[in-house]
Design a binder for this molecule. Structure first.
Ligand code: ADP
Ligand code: MG
Length: 697
């Protein structure tokens, strides 16, 4: 049970004072999950990714171009828009002029905020336009009293459409006020040596930075949080590992008759990498040791067949196997691939997702519990409490980094001595894989199945989008199917990111109802329907946000357009590109970028043009950007991590590993006072599932 000391942190964000229902909904969208709202804790751990320094208050003539300044100006004249155009307000100080520009302005509001003849402080980005200084939509328009109340260094948070920075800051402050006094779980000497402050003081500084440097990831405030997070992760991994070592594995031996049947039914031969991976897995399964193996291989490298052969081995040895995928679409696709092959070998297989009808679900549950089913493929519906297996022997977890430690664990806990095969399409250098996934054994599929052609990859400036669209017209006439990926809309409502919806509408002007759309906010069924239409060719162009990132397989798709390619990480671009080139037809990938590109962005696009080897791409990416990016990290944190970034916090990771080992050697059940405090830490970073492994839980 979670200690009640933490209750206020796990209360929903919308219950915080000053957070209205509208903001509450937006926070849920930003920080909540499908099955729970955003909580105060999520707000606290959603630390600002940068800040605006409003202490910079030059005269107009000295205001640096391209930077945020806070300027004291006199309002000279309003120039309402003529036909369309923006509303302009001319202002000045004794050194020069500054034009304030407002698009889609509400005249009443502007005239009230900026009365002619009066002096105001305006804060925002100063730009040069046609030789004149201007500020488009100042972030702040303040009188002297307002200026006095302005935080000198203002935190900048990741936002979602409709959520305003001020509402976010207010919610964060309210969450901070709810933070209870927590006992220290770090070693005092350690803390002193690192010059760190308490978790509470660190969080408080991050949400109220005093200088922009306070937010730097290598600075002590973020470092403290990152270390806490890494330590909780390492403790959880080690608790699991210790438990696994105690639990005997079970030798699952089989002559391989079922695998032979499947191989005979396959229309192709295994690649030598696939053969090697199967041999390694079968070796683990047959031994007394409990398997914990990670199968790495690019999208399209053929992991699914390897998984099937592993599952067949286990079934032949008299037990059941389960494959869990992170999304509904993926689970369905795996099922569609596996079912006929499994059928050829006489295996009984079912699909289980959160959308099964009650009667369907009951039937599947019964068949799993009685042993009438050999295999089940599903989403995390598989780990619900009412799911029981007659004799589960193997848990296969696809795209395993998308699941938490506890979810991975809970599937393997549904049987005795269950072997675990995890799969990932994100190639990860070995050292990092160890850090992230603990002491797993690794198998890798490096070579692509034969018959694949190179994907013609080109970087094209977005200014030439008309040519690209014309080219798509020709390609579609010739029978092609096209993915068009848009970046997720994040940040402010003024964000200029191309929204998938707008793009789909534009394309429909040319291609009518042959354009489909799938995005993250759609309902599961609608998403599936859109995928299905594309898969059977009812639509020819599928505009998508990155929901198609993982696993989806439409061999007929031969063109991939990625809009704002410069905003994606290298690993992500590589994965997206992997959606095409899955059939025998020649495929192409168009990386639409909005210039000017910086050196790193240029180098990234160049690497993509040069190679399709995911491992090489991962290494190059590591070189260019550090580990966080390799692992597909977003703004902050690597997958499964909210704060820690392995590129910047590698030293902390090492220290956390050592510390976790030391802690558990001295206090394996976390029973001491410090152990009790560490339990709080595990709850805070939601690694508390591992505590269930302890006798005194
Ligand atoms: P992954 O899950 O690694 O992204 P899949 O298992 O979905 O890749 O395989 C991608 C495609 O390649 C599938 O259509 C599969 O049937 C095919 N495939 C797998 N192995 C081979 C092989 N050895 N030779 C030819 N095609 C293969
Ligand atoms: Mg796959």
């Amino acid at each position: 049970m979670r200690p009640s000391l933490l209750d206020s942190l796990f209360a929903s964000a919308s219950a915080l004072p000053g957070v209205g229902p509208k903001t509450g909904k937006l926070l849920d969208r930003l920080l909540g999950e499908a099955d729970r709202p955003a909580r105060a804790l999520d707000l606290l751990l959603h630390i600002p990714f940068s800040s605006i320094d409003r202490r910079n208050r030059p005269k107009v003539a000295q205001a640096p171009i391209g930077a945020v300044s806070t300027l004291k100006v006199k309002v000279v004249e309003h120039r309402p828009p003529r036909a369309k155009g923006p509303w302009r307000v001319l202002t000045e100080d004794e050194t020069g002029d500054l034009t304030l520009v407002f698009f889609r302005a509400n005249s009443g509001w502007i005239e009230k905020a900026l009365p002619v003849g009066e002096t105001r402080w305006v804060s925002g980005l100063v730009e040069l336009y046609d030789g004149y200084r201007q500020m488009v939509h100042p972030d702040r328009i303040l009188d002297e009293a307002g200026l006095a109340a302005l935080p000198p260094v203002e935190p900048v948070y990741g936002l979602t459409e409709g959520l305003f920075p001020r509402a976010m800051a207010k919610a964060a402050a309210a969450a901070l006020a709810r933070l209870p006094q927590l006992p220290e779980w770090l070693d005092e000497n350690f803390l002193r040596a690192a010059h760190w402050e308490s978790l509470g003081a660190s969080l408080s500084r991050l949400h109220h930075p005093q200088t922009p440097q306070d937010l730097a990831p290598e600075e002590k405030y973020v470092a403290r949080l990152a270390f806490d997070e890494l330590l909780s992760h390492q403790l959880a991994l080690r608790l699991v590992r210790r438990k696994m070592q105690v639990l005997q594995g079970r030798a699952q031996k089989a002559p391989g008759a079922l695998a032979a049947k499947i191989l005979a039914a396959l229309p192709f031969d295994l690649t030598s990498d696939q053969k090697k991976a199967v041999a390694e897995i079968v070796g683990d399964l047959s031994s007394e040791k409990r398997m914990l193996r990670l199968l790495q291989g690019d999208v399209g490298s053929g992991k699914t067949v390897v998984a099937l052969l592993a599952m067949a081995h286990v079934v032949e040895a008299g037990r059941q196997a389960a494959l869990m995928a992170p999304t509904e679409i993926l689970a369905r696709q795996h099922f569609a691939t596996l079912a006929p092959l499994a059928g050829a070998a006489g295996l009984r297989v079912a699909l289980m997702t959160g959308r099964d009808k009650a009667a369907e679900r009951r039937a599947t549950l019964e068949a799993l519990a009685s042993g009438a089913l050999d295999l089940v493929v599903g989403t995390h519906a598989l780990v619900q409490d009412d799911v029981a297996f007659a004799r589960l022997g193997l848990a296969v977890i696809d795209e395993q980094h998308r699941f938490g430690v506890h979810q991975r664990l809970s599937l393997s806990e549904k049987g005795e001595a269950v072997d675990v095969l995890a799969m990932t399409a994100t190639p990860i250098p070995r050292t990092l894989a160890l850090a992230f996934f603990g002491d797993m054994d690794l198998s890798a599929l490096r070579e692509k199945p034969p018959g694949r052609q190179r994907i013609d990859t080109r970087a094209v400036s977005v200014e030439r989008i008309d040519e690209v669209v014309a080219g798509l017209g020709r390609a579609i006439k010739a029978g092609a199917r096209v993915y068009w990926v848009c970046p997720l809309v994040e940040g402010s409502e003024e964000s200029d990111l191309a929204a998938a919806q707008d793009r789909a509408e534009d394309l429909r002007k040319f291609f009518g109802d042959r354009v489909g759309l799938v995005h993250g906010q759609m309902k599961g069924r609608d998403k599936d329907a859109a995928m299905e239409d594309f898969s059977r060719g009812a639509t020819k162009i599928l505009v998508a946000t990155t929901v198609i990132e993982v696993g989806v397989n439409v061999p007929e798709a031969t063109v991939m357009v990625i809009e704002h390619a410069e905003r994606f990480g290298l690993a992500q671009l590589h994965q997206l590109r992997g959606r095409v080139g899955r059939g025998t037809e020649k495929s192409s990938c168009i990386l639409l970028y909005a210039g000017p590109l910086n050196e790193t962005a240029k180098a990234r696009l160049e690497i993509l043009r040069e190679t399709e080897d995911g491992f090489r791409i991962a290494e190059e990416d590591l070189r260019l950007r550090g580990e966080g990016e390799v692992l597909g990290a977003r703004q902050s944190g690597a997958p499964g991590f909210k704060i820690a970034r392995l590129d910047l916090h590698a030293d902390l990771l090492r220290a956390a590993r050592e510390e976790a080992e030391k802690i558990l050697d001295a206090d394996p059940e976390l029973l001491s006072q410090r152990g009790q405090n560490l339990r709080l830490l595990l709850y805070l970073f939601e690694r508390d599932q591992a505590l269930k492994l302890l006798r005194a839980g």
